[in-house]
Design a protein around this ligand. Structure first.
Ligand code: CA
Length: 228
C-alpha cells in the first residue's frame, strides 16, 4: 500500500507541484490550502506523514502542529520554512516536527526525507497501549482488562485511547471534546461525562467490578492514573 502524504500549504503552485512530484515518487498525496482544512484531513484520513508549511494564513503552521501533536502524537510532520527563518525552524522542531526543509527545496530531497521519516516511524510502531491490566490494540481495536475482552463503541474506544495516551495527566473536557468528538466549542452538554460513565462501567464489568483508574478531577476533566 502506498503511504499517504498530506501537504498543507497555501500556495496552489507548490501544492500542485508536490502532488504531482510526490506521486511520481510513489506516494499518495492529498493537499490542503489552509491550516483548518489540513488539520481536519490529518485527523480524519489515514495519513502517514504531513508536510506542513509554517507560513499559512488563518491558522498558523505552529497551531496546526500543536493540534496534530495532541491528537496524533505518532504522526511525523516535516515543516517547510522560508529561507533564513531560523526562528520558524526552531519553533517547529520544538513543537514536535521531526524534520524541516527550507524553501526553495528539491523534490528529490523532500522525497528522501519523507522516506527516512516513514522508515523511522515504521520501526517504532505504537500499535499497543498498555497500563496496569488494561490493554488496547490500536490495529485490531481490541480492548482487554485483565485478559478479558471489553466491547466498546467507537466513541468509547477513542475516549479510552485518548485518556491512555495522556495517562498520568489531567485532560480537560474541552480537549476530550476536540479530540474524540471533533468539536472546537463546548456544545454545553454533559456528553463527555456520560461517555466516561459508559467506559468505566464496561471496564469495571469486565473484571469483577474492581475500580477503574479513571479519576474525575472536579470541574476540570479526567485523569487516567498510570500505575506503570
Ligand atoms: Ca505559505
Amino acid at each position: 500500500m502506498r503511504d499517504l502524504i498530506l501537504v498543507i500549504e497555501d500556495e496552489p503552485g507548490i501544492v500542485d507541484f508536490l502532488e504531482r512530484g510526490l506521486s511520481a515518487h510513489g506516494f499518495d498525496v492529498k493537499g490542503a490550502n489552509d491550516g483548518t482544512a489540513g488539520a481536519e484531513l490529518a485527523l480524519s484520513q489515514p495519513v502517514d506523514l504531513v508536510v506542513l508549511d509554517m507560513m499559512l494564513p488563518g491558522r498558523s503552521g505552529l497551531e496546526v502542529l500543536a493540534a496534530l501533536r495532541e491528537a496524533k502524537p505518532a504522526l511525523p510532520v516535516i515543516v517547510l520554512t522560508a529561507r533564513g527563518a531560523i526562528e520558524d525552524r526552531i519553533a517547529g522542531l520544538d513543537a514536535g516536527a521531526v524534520d524541516y526543509l527550507t524553501k526553495p527545496f528539491s523534490l528529490a530531497e523532500l522525497a528522501a526525507r519523507i522516506r527516512a521519516q516513514l522508515r523511522a516511524a515504521s520501526h517504532s510502531p505504537q500499535t499497543r497501549l498498555r497500563t496496569g491490566e488494561i490493554e488496547v490494540d490500536l490495529l485490531t481495536r481490541e480492548v482487554r482488562r485483565g485478559g478479558v475482552p471489553v466491547r466498546l463503541s467507537t466513541t468509547e474506544f477513542e475516549l479510552l485511547v485518548y485518556l491512555l495516551r495522556n495517562r498520568g495527566h489531567v485532560v480537560t473536557r474541552e480537549q476530550i471534546l476536540r479530540v474524540v468528538w471533533g468539536y472546537d466549542h463546548d456544545p454545553g452538554t454533559n456528553v463527555v461525562d456520560v461517555y466516561v460513565g459508559y467506559l468505566r462501567r464496561k471496564l469495571r464489568d469486565a473484571n469483577d467490578l474492581s475500580e477503574v483508574p479513571i479519576v474525575t478531577v472536579r470541574s476540570v476533566g479526567y485523569r487516567f492514573d498510570a500505575d506503570d
